[in-house]
Structures are given as structure tokens and as C-alpha cells.
Design a binder for this molecule. Sequence first.
Ligand SMILES: Cc1cc2nc3c(=O)[nH]c(=O)nc-3n(C[C@H](O)[C@H](O)[C@H](O)COP(=O)(O)OP(=O)(O)OC[C@H]3O[C@@H](n4cnc5c(N)ncnc54)[C@H](O)[C@@H]3O)c2cc1C
Length: 325
Amino acid sequence: MNIIVYAENQDGNFKKSVFEVVSYASQIAQTNGGNVCAVSIGNVPAENLAELGKYGADTVVSYSQDYVNSFNGEIYSQVLAHAAKAKNAELVILSNTYSGKTLAPRTAAKLSAGIVSGVISMPETASGFKVRRTVFSGKAFADVAINTSTKVLSITPNSFNITENPKSAAIENADAGLNAGDAKSKSVEIARTTGKIVLTEADLVVSAGRGMKGPENWHLIETLADTLGAATACSKPVSDMHWRPHSEHVGQTGITIKPNLYIAIGISGAIQHLAGVSSSKVIVAINKDPEAPFFKAADYGIVGDAFDVLPAITAAAQALKSQQA
Ligand SMILES: Cc1cc2nc3c(=O)[nH]c(=O)nc-3n(C[C@H](O)[C@H](O)[C@H](O)COP(=O)(O)OP(=O)(O)OC[C@H]3O[C@@H](n4cnc5c(N)ncnc54)[C@H](O)[C@@H]3O)c2cc1C
């Protein structure tokens, strides 16, 4: 089963989710035979391309023409479809990141492929091809069979371990023969948050809700997050009131995340909030109301006032950090 994976980069560097996808594809190829080809779009230094071999890529195909200078869903999906055809791929795998969500359905349409998004299992291939995904905002699972000869999967970030399977990946340059002007839409401006941990990729997330009373108290959240090396998130009302940017809003109508540790401070635990965070590996809830629904979803709970608890756990984390330094 030949597989291509989309190796998404930011400023020439691959994201952690790319190593997850390559590792995932490599395990499928080990069971089912075939080659793994990582497709890089945009300008990426050769040493970064070669690094994909460490996780099991047999080949890395790089598209670096002017028409891929900035992300465009129409163009990038055409490039992926071009690579899939060139490599006779039966399986195209992406991470379910923002760009993965844009590219997976477009690429599937171009290849007349069946698609499953938000995949959380290795495929069952003994008879047919079946994968598991989450449905109903993470409250249930669906096992989905794909019957088309070409298949597209987008896998949920943080669902699979990064594993090494070192290969000296052959690096090839390719050209899909497109023009930037072929696209019906174009990026006018890219505004990027810098110097912060990307929420969807974070292993640790410190999140807060209306219990923090106002934006002037968020320094307590940021100090804890900085100490732990965590990203910050928030509940919907907090972003609706502009205490925090919408990019931090997690839940049914916000971002879905799956960190190793999610610390929820002054968040009630409404079902719509839990929909975006309940797959976190370990959940800690801090709330002054012992009846807060979050405690039912949490692995650990602290009943207490955030304004007492936060300085105490931040000081404890700082002390631990300085012991380790
Ligand atoms: C269609 C729909 C979609 C929605 N989508 C989302 C979504 O994606 N994400 C989302 O978050 N919400 C979503 N909501 C809103 C959701 O239902 C809740 O209203 C929201 O999550 C509540 O936010 P909160 O917990 O910050 O605030 P509140 O419900 O006001 O809870 C604040 C909590 O803080 C605690 N608290 C107060 N003071 C302190 C203190 N000093 N120390 C410690 N704890 C304290 C309180 O006990 C309380 O539990 C959606 C709602 C609808 C109808």
C-alpha cells in the first residue's frame, strides 16, 4: 500500500504533527507493505526534509515553486493530488490541523477518494479498510469503512506516538505545473501569533473561564503557563467578552484539543466546553464550587478559590523547576 503524507511546515520547519503522521504511515506500511512518501510544499531546508527519514519516510518529494510560496487550499490540494497520482498512492494521510482540515476534503474530491477525518485509530486492513473516528463532539466513536481504491485520512493531532524507523529518505523535487493565478482565492494577509506555544500542538494547556473575573487577572494564568511551558486557552464567554482572543476559545464551537495535561481554572464544565477538551489525557479542574460539573470529567480536582490556588501551584511549579535546573 503506497502512502503519501502531507508534511506541513511553518517557516521551513516541520511541526510535531508531521512526525506523528509520518510515524503513523510508517507503521501502516510495515504491516501492509508499500512505500511512505512525505510531500513537502514550500521552501524547506534539505536537512529538515531529510529528517523525515528518521520516522520512516522512504522518499520526500519537495514542491518549492513560486505558486506554493504562501498557503492556498486550492493550489496545495492540487499539489497533493499530483503527488498521490505520481506515487500511485492508495492512501493519503494528513494531520487534522487547520490546513489539514482544508486540504483533506479538497484532495479527496480531486482523487475521487473516500475520506475519514478526525481518525484516532490505526486502520484495520485484514478485510477491507476500517478506521475509528470521534463523532458527536467527542462523545461517541464511529468505525468507518472506506471502499474506494484511494483513501484519504486526516488524523487527530496528539493521538499517536512519534516513533523512529530510520531510513535514508531519497529527496526528490517535483513540479505540479501550476500558477498562483490558477486559484480563485488568494491570501491577502497572514497575521501570526509569535513567541507562543501553538494551542493545537501543545502538550500542556492552562485554560481559564469566567471564574477569573476579568482580563486584568490573566497574568496569573500566563505566569503558570509560562512556568509549565504550556499554551493558554479559555472558555467561550471569555473570548466573547474579548478578555482573550478567539484563537484561544476551546469547545464545541471553538478548537478541539487533546493535550497530555489540561488544567481548567474557574470553568464550570458545560457540555459544550467539554466537547473540545474531554479527550485530554489528564484533566485537572480548579473551581470554588464543589458541585461544578467539571469535577465529573476531571482526573484531579482542587476545590478552592483560583486566586488562592493559582499563586500556590505556580510557586510550587517554580520551586520544582529550579530544583531540576
Ligand atoms: C451552542 C452553544 C455552543 C457553545 N460552545 C461553547 C464552546 O465551544 N466552549 C465553551 O467554553 N462554551 C461554549 N458554550 C457555552 C457553555 O454552555 C458555557 O456557558 C460556558 O462554557 C461557560 O463558561 P465558563 O465556565 O467560563 O463560565 P461560567 O459558567 O460562568 O462558570 C464559571 C465557573 O467559575 C467558577 N468560579 C467562579 N469564581 C471562582 C473563583 N474565584 N475560583 C475558582 N472558581 C471560580 C464558578 O464556580 C463556575 O463554575 C456554548 C453554548 C452553546 C449554547
